[in-house]
Ligand binder design. Sequence first.
Ligand code: SAM
Length: 228
Amino acid sequence: MSSPDTDYTLLREQMVKDQLIGRDITDKRVLEAMRCVPRHLFVPRDMEHMAYWDGPLSIGEGQTISQPYIVALMTQLLALKGNDRVLEVGCGSGYQAAVLSCLVDQVFTIERFSSLVNQARRRLNAANYHNVTVHLGDGTLGIPKEAPFDAILITAASPDIPIPLKEQLAVGGRLVAPIGSMGSQILKVLKKEQTGFETEYSIPVMFVPLIGKYGWDEKDWDRGRWFD
Ligand code: SAM
């Protein structure tokens, strides 16, 4: 448990210095967003004291809030501009959406568990992240009525990039996603050009699975096996 005088600002500054600048996060806007968002408000109360450690944490429903470095890296790979409209698939705790909301005009995030949706809405509201809209549903289908998006971030592991998400990405936009098997993936960056897609690869990762029509099937998922 945290004590009432735990200095989270200091812990956050240390996290940015050691885990982000100490690795390869160089985008100043991303570093500033990671410095600002109170990560301890997006984890279960009994884990607040671990909010700034260098790893993922459990958030319920067998899901996780990703390691701070992975959140920062994926955000950096999106190369966001201030007036972008961004879609996140896999809202989870709402933390990644809060980081995105510091960097762009509008964030749409979608989550398949209603308990996590309710919790994320409450937390984002309480912390005044009012440019984030949280949707409940299968994010592999995207949010057609809000498309196109200038950037799309998938924060769960998929065998491939869901076709509807490729379609809902604007020309000139970027999509970042962990793609691979259920046990291990690589971060893939897709850039949509007039003539097709350009692909780049970043680092190996391990995410909980994307379960849905264009992801994995629910019956293939063994809860408790993944920890990104
Ligand atoms: N970005 C989150 C955060 O900041 O806490 C962490 C995401 S967690 C690693 C992956 C999330 O994706 C889980 O909450 C999971 O329920 C969700 N998910 C998996 N399949 C999904 C789908 N088809 N549509 C929406 N959410 C999905």
